[in-house]
Structure formats: structure tokens, C-alpha cells
Design a protein around this ligand. Sequence first.
Ligand SMILES: O=C([O-])CC(=O)C(=O)O
Ligand SMILES: [Mg+2]
Length: 223
Amino acid sequence: MGAMAARNISRFWEWGRKIICVGRNYADHAKELKNAIPTEPVLFLKPPTAYVREGSPILVPLYTSNLHHEVELGVVIGKGGTSILQSDAMDHVAGYALCLDMTARDIQDECKSKGLPWTMAKAFNTSCPVSEFIPKENIPDPSKVKLWLKVNDQLRQSGCTSQMIFSIPYLISYISDFITLEEGDLILTGTPKGVSAVQDHDELQAGIEDILTMTFKVNRQEL
Ligand SMILES: O=C([O-])CC(=O)C(=O)O
Ligand SMILES: [Mg+2]
């Protein structure tokens, strides 16, 4: 690819932009981890080095013995902005992606108990598996999308974006008040209940009903 080749939003994961994650956005998941239902969005970041695409494995960091899957709808920003109004928010969306927010749950628990940030639990290499880009037109109503995830063919998560506490327009507006959104940024909108541990050699399959499925292998990181 020549240096002048136009960047294509359908390969947003190559752009090196921000990944902004929303936590505890589904009450059933907040409850299963014994967290309070948030009154404001809980936010954290992953670096663009967290991306992994189908065909490459999800690597289990050496320092965790409890790596969890979290299936989430990702929102790809198509037009940047600061202090975006909720009423304008959907004009800033280019499309969507099915995403996993891979989480070292044991490390996160330790960070939580010590009041420390979640970076090592959430932001490691391959912590953000992503599907193909889904153009906005293919999901006319992102507030009614069914997501599911299976581990070795067993259903673990199934939820609907209608269960989100904070809507996509609300999240875009809320985030953009203090982090300028840029074209190519990705917002992970939180996971429904059913998170569970994955092991070396597991196969994860996830889908957005009627739109797409994706498959990832899990591999222990080599020493
Ligand atoms: O680790 C957590 O439970 C918070 C989170 O990412 C989510 O709810 O999607
Ligand atoms: Mg999550």
C-alpha cells in the first residue's frame, strides 16, 4: 500500500485511534459481578495495539489465570467532534463492529480492591477482538440488536442492546464533552451478563443476530 493510499473507515482498526470502553452498561452484568448500577457511565480505554482480527489468536497474558470474554456492540465514529449534542450524535456514527472486551478478571478484582486503574486487566495486546466493519445502514436501529457468544459451541452470553442503561447517543454526547472524538475511534458499549473464563485452545464464536458471526481461537502466550 502506497503512502498516499486513502484510509478506509472499513479498516478502522488500522488507524491507530482510540478505543473507549463503557463498563457496567447492562444491569444484569453489573449485578453478576456484584457492582452497583451506575448513575453515570463508567469509562476506560484500550490502546489501538489491543486490536486483533479473525485469523489471529486471542493471547492469554502470562499474568492472569482468569481471562473472561465480554461480547459488546462497538460504535465506529465517522465524524469527529467535541461536545456533541445527543440529538446530533448519530450523525457522527460511521458504523458498527462486533467486539470482545477481553478482561483479566483476577487482575481487575485486584485493581478494584486496591483502588488502582484497570489497565493491566483490560488493555493488553489482543484484548480487543473485532469483526468486520458493519456500515451504519446495515443496523438501522442499534438500540434493538441481539448479541451472543459461545465458547466451544456452548452459549454463554445472549443479550439485547435494548438493555443498555446509557444509550448510544447519550454515550457519544457524554464522552465527547471531555474526550474529543475522532474519525476512526471505537466505542465499546458494555457487555450483557454471562461473562466467563476462557482457556488455551478454546474457540470463541460471537454474533450479531442476522448480521454477522466471528470466530477466535484462544492461545496461551508463549514464555
Ligand atoms: O469489566 C467490567 O465488568 C466492566 C465492563 O467492561 C463491562 O461491563 O462491559
Ligand atoms: Mg466490557
